[in-house]
Structure formats: C-alpha cells, structure tokens
Write a new protein. Structure first.
Length: 277
C-alpha cells in the first residue's frame, strides 16, 4: 500500500499487477512504462504480465485511518486472465474494511458486469471505466449495468472530444491529458498531447486548441448534474501544465471523502464547489 500523487485518491493498492493493450487509451500506458523495464526484479518479476500478488491482499487491514484507496493502479481487476475466485478474495477484503472507500477502474466493464451480475457490490467500492476516446463510449452502457453506489468514468488520457450521451446513473467524471516523455517530440506529441512544452520559457503549458476537449467533458457534466474533476493538462509529468480550466480548478467528488482525508493536499473539494450527491 502506497501514498500516491494521483490527485483524486490517497493510496494505491495492487493485489494484482500487469495488463494488456485493448484500446487507444493504452498506447502509452504509464503502468507498462514502470513495470516492464523492471522485469526480472523483485518489484516486477514478470514485468507487465498479469501477476497475482497474494502477499498484498491484507494490506488494507494495516491502514487505521479511513482512506480513499485506488485498487489496481498497475493492473485491471477485471482482466480476463484474473479468475473470479481471486477477485472474490480482493472483494472480501473490501467488504471487511468498510472504514475505507475503494475506487477501481477497468477497460473491461463487460467482464465486470458479468462478474457483478451474481454478486453484490460493496457499498464502499466505486466502480469506474476508462473512456478517453469516442470509440470507447460503448463501455458506458456496461458500467451502467453494475449496481454500484458510485459509478464513474475516467477520461484520461483524453484523446479528443468525447460525447457521452446520457449520463444518467453516472456519478463522477474525471478528465485529464496524457503525460510522458514521448510528448516532447514525434507524431504523438501533436496528436495526443493536451499540453505543449514552451522552449522559450522552459515550461509546459496547456494547449488552447485542446481546451474544447476539456470543456466538452465539463459542460456535459454540468448540464446533467454529474460531479466533475479536472485532473491535469499533462506534460512529461502529469502535473507539469497544471490543473486550471477556465480560471479555476474543478475538484468535485460524488461522495464526501472519508473522515481521514488529507486536507494538506489539493485533493479535497473546495468549499465553493459543492459535492454533488
């Protein structure tokens, strides 16, 4: 269990690691870039191949303060190569630690919907899917089939204007631009980046020509009453170009964070930004 710089959560818990590419959002996967160079080391003996980390299963029991925990930042719990039996063991830990709120993201919401069709989703587990490109919008309908108290979408990396359509049953949308050193040069720097490196000022800046991508997300959420969180414009590191969209940060959450929420970090909804119930 680790503290994390991901601004919409507090800790990461990885009872599995590894995944495979399924869509455009995966092309420059940060988890792959971290794990694969460490293949054969104690940290990632199998690189980015699917690996069950049973020794990590009990980590949430060691965290005394109520926390917001991102499950599988380095994997996808609903990958087809992970068995339902092992998923049950992960979910059992979530049920047994109701003081925490858990968040998990999948690019395989169809498999998640199949799994949950015969099980009850714990009230402290938020279920999300990634939709950063219009070609992935079909995932929304699978997510809606899951009877979770909080259903959310991560539009990161955001790769264009995404039109969700009906967001009923969706409680939260997170948006953000891609990050990574590949954004300095090459075709993907132009095609995928929402930030540009200013070589005169030696800093990353939001690309105004990509602002419509972010505004389209925000406007759909505002219109349909969905909590909206703008995470980053991106750059070599995610925070390089900041988080300001149209003069302010957007830090809405679908539910009040746990009582142990770290108020020293810019992760709590501002007083002027109501939490949407």
């Amino acid at each position: 269990m680790q503290d994390t710089a991901i601004v919409w959560t507090e800790k990461t818990w990885n009872p599995t690691t590894g995944c495979t590419v399924v869509s455009a959002e995966c092309k420059h996967c940060y988890a792959l870039r971290i794990a694969e160079p460490k293949r054969g080391t104690p940290a990632f003996p199998n690189g980015f191949d699917i690996t069950l980390r049973e020794h990590k299963l009990r980590e949430p029991f060691k965290i005394k303060e109520p926390s917001l925990i991102f499950v599988n930042s380095m994997s996808d719990l609903f990958h087809v190569d992970i068995s339902d039996d092992y998923r049950d063991r992960v979910v059992d830990v979530i049920r047994q630690t109701p003081q925490h709120q858990y968040q998990t993201l999948t690019k395989r919401p169809d498999n998640a919907a199949r799994y949950w069709s015969t099980r009850k989703v714990p009230s402290n587990l938020w279920m999300g899917t990634t939709i950063g490109h219009q070609s992935s919008v079909h995932r929304l309908e699978h997510l809606k089939r899951i009877d979770a108290e909080i259903r959310f979408v991560s539009a990161e990396p955001l790769l264009g204007i995404v039109e969700f359509g009906d967001l009923s049953g969706i409680h939260w949308v997170i948006g953000g631009g891609e990050s990574g050193s590949h954004l300095f040069n090459g075709p993907d720097a132009e095609a995928r980046s929402m930030a540009r490196y200013n070589r005169t000022l030696h800093k990353w800046e939001p690309r105004e020509d990509r602002a419509p991508w972010a505004r389209a997300l925000r406007d759909q959420c505002v219109k349909q009453g969905v909590a909206f969180f703008w995470k980053q414009w991106g750059g070599r590191m995610g925070h390089d170009a900041g988080r300001i969209l149209d003069g302010r940060t957007w830090d809405e959450f679908p539910r009040e964070p746990p009582s142990g929420w770290r108020t020293d970090l810019v992760r709590k909804p501002q007083a002027s930004l109501p939490v949407i119930q």
